[in-house]
Design a protein around this ligand. Structure first.
Ligand SMILES: N[C@H](CCC[C@H](N)C(=O)O)C(=O)O
Length: 286
């Protein structure tokens, strides 16, 4: 019987099992299966997936994220805030500003703490990628996907595509309560026009500084919050003339609020909480 210690953390209810790979050594060929096992609420710990906090050659720390279906994501906004909190509180870093390596590049975190406890983190998520091929989405190259008419399951929808290093398909609804999350979410996620799948977000714009937001995540289904999705939502809303560039937008997710700005310099700033739920030991057979 093998085992490893873990920390369960959440950011606005988007919860993951975090493994400190500075002190643990999980077999690479088992990572996907372990993510599925630990995520299972009946036979495992219960979470939206598993996140590894790893050494890096180009930053003080590296994040790897696995969804609860075992697929590895390339970025995770809520995960980054929890990784930053863990790295600071466990003295992996000593500065309040530091870089984190992800599979989609380097991001910069800024810790907000009181008496040594991190209560909030700001992450510079870098620039959004706006070309169709960046999502990726099948279709003509070079053009963006902004308010494009697309048919899904015999329904005509208008989609905006934004990558934050991971793909997001954004749709607007009149009322967030009517968002077809469980009906269209899984269909769009696996649509063949998205060769790598896609995260699916529905937005209700309340005013030019506030958005209601719900998400069907690639590889995890409905979650309480999606940090990269909220960033993509703000970028999409600026592109569609609904919110303002360089002004902070409050994104109301099921689990709480994120504060996001797409700056004139091009990068996206995201600020929000990160919390520890518990620590423990997970036992498994290879
Ligand atoms: N499901 C996402 C990864 C998790 C992203 C989300 N939890 C966030 O906070 O950004 C994907 O496969 O691209």
């Amino acid at each position: 019987m093998d085992y490893f210690t873990f920390t369960k953390m959440h950011a606005l209810g988007n919860n993951y099992i975090y493994v400190d790979m500075f002190n643990e050594n999980l077999p690479e060929d088992l990572l996907s299966k372990l993510a599925v096992r630990v995520s299972n609420v009946h036979t495992g710990i219960g979470s939206d997936g598993m996140i590894l906090i790893c050494p890096s050659d180009i930053a003080p720390v590296k994040m790897r994220i696995f969804n609860n279906d075992g697929s590895e994501g390339k970025n995770c906004g809520n995960g980054l805030r929890c990784v930053a909190k863990y790295a600071y509180e466990n003295k992996i870093v000593s500065e309040k500003n530091f870089k984190i390596e992800t599979l989609s590049g380097l991001v910069e975190a800024e810790i907000h703490e009181e008496a040594g406890e991190v209560y909030s983190v700001t992450v510079n998520m870098g620039n959004p990628r706006l070309r169709r091929k960046d999502l990726p989405m099948i279709g003509l190259d070079s053009e963006m996907v902004v308010n494009e008419q697309v048919e899904f399951s015999n329904q005509t929808l208008y989609m905006t595509g934004v990558s934050m290093g991971n793909p997001h398909a954004i749709f607007y609804v009149d009322s967030i309560e009517d968002a077809p999350l469980t009906t269209l979410g899984p269909i769009i996620e696996k649509d063949s026009r998205f060769p790598e799948g896609v995260n699916v977000e529905f937005l209700e714009v309340l005013n030019e500084n506030e958005i209601n937001f719900r998400v069907w995540e690639r590889g995890s289904g409905i979650t309480q919050a999606c940090g990269t999705g909220a960033c993509a939502a703000v970028v999409a809303s600026v592109l569609n003339g609904k919110t303002k560039r360089n002004e902070q937008t409050t994104v109301h997710l099921a689990g709480g609020d994120l504060f996001i700005t797409w700056t004139d310099q091009g990068h996206v700033l995201m600020t929000g909480p990160a919390e520890v739920v518990c620590t423990g030991t997970y036992y498994y057979n290879k």
